[in-house]
Design a protein around this ligand. Sequence first.
Ligand SMILES: Nc1nc2c(ncn2[C@@H]2O[C@H](COP(=O)(O)OP(=O)(O)O)[C@@H](O)[C@H]2O)c(=O)[nH]1
Ligand SMILES: [Mg+2]
Ligand SMILES: [Zn+2]
Length: 355
Amino acid sequence: MTLEDLGYNEIVEQYRRTNQFEPFIIGRIIAEHKERYIVKNQEGEYDAEITGHLRFTAQNRSDYPAVGDWVAFTVHDENKGLIHALFPRQSMIERAAVGKFGEKQIIGTNIEYAFIVQAVDRDYNLNRIERYLTISHASGVKPIILLTKIDLIRDDELAQIISTINKRLPDIKVIALSNETNVGLDQLQQNIEKGKTYCLLGSSGVGKSTVINNLLGVKAMRTDAISLVSDRGKHVTTHRELHVLKNGGIMIDNPGMREVGIADAGSGIELTFETIHELAQACKYKNCTHTNEPGCAVVAGLENGSIEQAAYENYLKMGREKEHFEMSLMDKRKKDKAMGKMMKNYKKNNFFKQK
Ligand SMILES: Nc1nc2c(ncn2[C@@H]2O[C@H](COP(=O)(O)OP(=O)(O)O)[C@@H](O)[C@H]2O)c(=O)[nH]1
Ligand SMILES: [Mg+2]
Ligand SMILES: [Zn+2]
């Protein structure tokens, strides 16, 4: 195993050279559990934590290491690591954390391609594909659709699904496979380049881990479990999330995605719903909501059939969600700011009392 097998490239090397990282060892985060990390490099795997300095200068969650990150670290006591610095990220996939208002969760970093995984039997849902597409586009990661469990439907049913996707999303590549019969696995292999990093996005149960096991050439394993020392000194078991595949390529799995929220959608929605977005440029009003305004080009497109009703509805729904996320984030920032002020005053008053 070399660092290149783990995805090390010229950009990372350039940064290392210009930042005097000579005293440090370079590695990539392959698992994370409550501020404990597994760092991997050509020598092995290290159970690592971050320096106090890194912790104190961190402003929010994204300043902490995440799976996929390159880090500069030192080694102590055989396989214990201390992370001193985080390399800048080439890309970062985030989603809105479910149940935590306005908060975000990092799915992975330094990713080149995202496989949007759906099982064709029950899970298949075009609106959800568009949701993941928006996340990929917003993160600067190229999307590929991966359909699984094709052994569970007839060939003509599969052909129907693929043609529906091609019609609505003509520019996105679609790969279909079965982990049972291995049909389509070759095509997936051919789309995975050595040294490039991929991630799997999809609901739980669609076959993401099974795909990885197939690509790793290991059958039905639980060997990806690794032990980490928690902050209280106890051992906890977590799972490798970043895997180096048998024929090259790096794959990031993502456990448990029951729901996906849109975090910083940025221009992701526009890129996903390109046709609608282009039409919207011709709306009479600049702030058109494309619902009941006169001279709305989107509604006109809906009426003349150039836009699908389902795509239109999903477009509006995700737009509302994006707005809601941005509002709640603004609210949260306001509250945090007020809280910060209060703490500052409190400290100041106490300071004077002590004197
Ligand atoms: N019939 C069929 N079952 C599959 C296929 N891929 C995965 N499964 C099964 O689906 C279940 C969930 O798979 P898993 O890889 O754990 O899904 P994950 O949650 O997305 O990682 C397991 O019982 C797998 O054996 C497939 O292509 N065909
Ligand atoms: Mg899984
Ligand atoms: Zn409009």
